[in-house]
Design a protein around this ligand. Structure first.
Ligand code: RTP
Ligand code: MG
Length: 147
């Protein structure tokens, strides 16, 4: 079963969008495996966004993501990485279609509500950065056979 690290960013937490994000992922048919409200350290943020080190927006990105609580989650399901990124919408908010989370709630690319892993390798690395293995809950849902 594929897993993804999905996070409501500080702007989404401040704007009261945790429930909206959880609702959309749940209703699509994905299963929540772990969740935590946390303020992430600079070290965790640098690990999380290592691929962007040196880019023009890097410092702003690190200071934004560490500026307040985030809601980190592990979600699982078939193709959860690709499909959750479709639900999120494009990175550039001018390309994020209405109906997607960013398309419905974000105006600026730097404040775009939500993060989702972009590959199985990123997901594994990101989950390990924010969760201990024992915090991830394995359980069966009877509804799963309908999805
Ligand atoms: P994320 O990693 O946060 O889920 O977003 P993403 O995959 O859609 O986009 P990515 O390319 O990984 O960029 C990470 C975050 O950096 C900010 N960004 N700003 N000003 C810019 O040109 C720019 N480009 C990226 C965004 O907040 C983006 O989510
Ligand atoms: Mg990314």
């Amino acid at each position: 079963m594929e897993r993804s690290f999905i996070m409501v960013k500080p702007d989404g937490v401040q704007r009261g969008l945790i429930g909206e994000v959880v609702k959309r992922l749940e209703q699509k048919g994905f299963q929540l495996a772990a969740a935590k409200l946390m303020v992430i350290s600079r070290e965790q943020a640098e690990k999380h966004y290592a691929e962007h080190q040196g880019k023009s927006f890097y410092e702003e990105l690190i200071s934004f993501i560490t500026s307040g609580p985030v809601f980190g989650m592990v979600w699982q399901g078939d193709q959860v990485i690709t499909i959750s990124r479709m639900l999120m919408g494009k990175t550039n908010t001018l390309d994020a279609q209405p109906g997607t989370i960013r398309g419905d709630f974000a105006v600026h690319t730097g404040n775009n509500i939500i993060h989702g892993s972009d590959s199985p390798e990123s997901a594994e690395r990101e989950i390990a950065n924010f969760f201990r293995e024992e915090e991830i809950v394995n359980y069966e849902r009877t509804i799963q056979k309908w999805i």
